[in-house]
Design a protein. Sequence first.
Length: 148
Amino acid sequence: MKEIKRILITTDFSETSRTAFPLVREMADKFGAGIVLLHVLDAHLPPLVFEPSGVSAGEFEQQRVERAKSRAEAFATHLGEMIETAVTCGIPHVEIVKFAEDNGIDLVVMATHGRGFFSHAILGSTTERVVRRSPCPVLTVRDDSLED
């Protein structure tokens, strides 16, 4: 079995995404692994920018990235000390896989929302897409407080 030195945990800043935090912390401590918390700004979501506001689309996007970086830093405090954070922009499953490939990630951990069949069939699943394409193992953690 490959040694686990770097664990990537993804977050959309929801309470569900925190479900995996205790397990990730425990695994990192057990294996002596580093933790990287990643948030992907979804490129599918159109920015709500109006030229009359005086803010260009580029400035708005930069502000959006800076806000996400601040939120990621704050969110990472729930994992304890010595956590790297990263923010990228794009299609979430593509960016997560690319980040894992480019950053020597040994394990990806993703909390799942546990959406029902209809939502999954229409929207698809970021987690499922990452599982199929990831260069390393993916551990999914279901939020037990959600009902099917």
